[in-house]
Design a protein around this ligand. Structure first.
Ligand code: SF4
Ligand code: SF4
Length: 433
């Protein structure tokens, strides 16, 4: 690599005013360069180039802030990183690679302008995807002209559906983060989550003032735009949090859960929002984490709780494969939560090799790095389909939509699948009664 292996980082004068450079230096110092992370890094596994490994990227970032690189090479290899954080799970020294990467991307965006075409593409992605009202309007238009679209585009535009959910008012309440693209693309996911919670005596609310969690802008290195969205979400939820009327903020996409859990860190230097952000981070729960707590301490208790919701414990659910998103396993560190609920429901979970490796979706990665993304999807689907499941379940819409483009079986959010199983069981019981 030709980079300095010294632990000490001599920050170049021109970067000394960058507010997060000391945080970056602290992360750099925690890396002992052991290289354990290379074995679990998807890009290193595919490309075999150390500059496309966590350790290599750490060297490149160190050289950047020491003023030993012009930034172009660093950016090339940081752009190829999926932000999957598999390296963090593997690292024995607790290196916070994800935070280092975020700061380095921000620094590069500020200091080393991209070519105009790249800037245009990124601008289009941010403007098109991270504003729910705008995206919803675009999707409505696409649904009108759906029959005229080429087949591959038709698959990406869902059929128009009528909202059918009616939720009782309970004294226990939670706030849902609707997110940016999910309400338009797969409204059924949140509806299913709300129905399940309703059965447990909990009402789900949504604030219209809340929007995108900020992850998309963060990953594209636009910290300023992400902060606007994060503060807007906190403002939207704060009255309910302050009044004590909600007991959790629920996310149904694990990627959003990771972002919201980081609000306290992201706004730690903001004197107006630091405390509020810390409270929000403490309240956020992925729907899997929340349901697991509500259903019971172990799978036996969860089975009984699912039975009380209408699930037939004697029914066969068939073989399912669970794709555990990186944001769930490496970000939320919630490795077995959903799989426990699925087992409690009676599903037979097929073994999935290389479960720690990313599927290649990674937010806008599938658009910006299609070759690597497609290679990872092919590899992931090979493992997911090896056990011949009847359905692949996921916990993140981005992964779900990425996988379903090439999957041989349906790919469904696990919450929708669980809700459907309960509804089918109830219908069967009604027919038999
Ligand atoms: S990031 Fe962690 S695992 Fe990778 S080289 Fe550094 S200390 Fe070792
Ligand atoms: S975040 Fe993922 S792709 Fe990026 S360096 Fe770490 S393991 Fe590799």
């Amino acid at each position: 690599m030709g980079q300095s292996l010294s632990m000490e980082t001599r920050i170049a004068d021109r970067f000394k005013s960058f507010v997060a450079v000391q945080d970056m230096e602290n992360v750099l110092r925690s890396c002992v360069h052991c290289g354990f992370c290379l074995a679990t890094c998807p890009t290193y596994q595919i490309l075999g180039d150390e500059r496309d490994s966590p350790r290599g990227r750490i060297y490149l970032i160190k050289a950047l802030i020491e003023g030993k690189s012009d930034g172009e090479e660093t950016r090339f290899h940081l752009d190829r990183c999926l932000t999957c954080r598999s390296c963090e799970t593997t690292c024995p020294s607790g290196v916070q690679y994800g935070r280092l990467l975020g700061e380095a991307r921000q620094l590069l965006e500020d200091q080393v302008p991209r070519p105009w075409f790249q800037r245009l593409v990124r601008f289009g992605l941010k403007q098109g995807l991270s504003y729910p009202a705008r995206f919803s309007l675009m999707m409505t238009l696409a649904q009108w002209i759906r029959p005229l679209l080429p087949k591959n585009l038709q698959q990406r535009v869902p059929q128009r559906t009528k909202k059918s959910i009616s939720i009782a008012q309970h004294s226990r309440r939670v706030m849902f983060l609707a997110g940016c693209v999910q309400p338009a693309l797969r409204p059924g996911i949140q509806e299913a989550a709300m129905r399940l919670l309703d059965g447990l005596g909990i009402s789900g609310m949504v604030s219209r003032q809340a929007g995108c969690c900020g992850a998309l802008n963060h990953h594209l290195g636009d910290e300023a735009a992400a902060l606007v969205q994060i503060r807007a979400n906190i403002d939207a939820w704060w009255p309910a949090i302050e009044a004590g009327t909600i007991e959790a903020v629920i996310t149904t996409a694990s990627a959003c859960g990771v972002e919201v859990r980081d609000y306290g860190h992201v706004l730690r230097r903001d004197q107006h929002y630091a405390e509020k952000a810390r409270r929000v981070s403490a309240l956020v729960s992925d729907i899997g984490e929340f349901l697991a707590r509500e259903l019971g301490q172990n799978e036996d208790e969860q089975r009984l709780a699912l039975h009380s919701l209408g699930m037939d414990l004697s029914a066969s659910r068939g073989k399912v494969a669970f794709q555990i998103p990186c944001t769930m396993q490496h970000g939320l560190r919630s490795q077995d939560t959903v799989q426990g609920i699925l087992r409690a429901s009676g599903a037979e979970l097929s073994f999935v090799d290389e479960a720690h490796l990313c599927c290649g979706s990674a937010g806008t990665y599938s658009i910006l790095q299609p070759t690597l993304s497609n290679a990872l999807r092919t590899r992931k689907l090979m493992h997911l389909q090896a056990g011949e499941p009847s359905v692949i379940l996921s916990a993140n819409l981005g992964c779900q939509m990425h996988l379903e483009q090439e999957a041989e079986v349906p790919v469904v959010h696990w919450v929708e699948w669980l809700d459907q199983q309960i509804m089918l069981d109830r219908q069967q019981q009604a027919i038999r009664a």
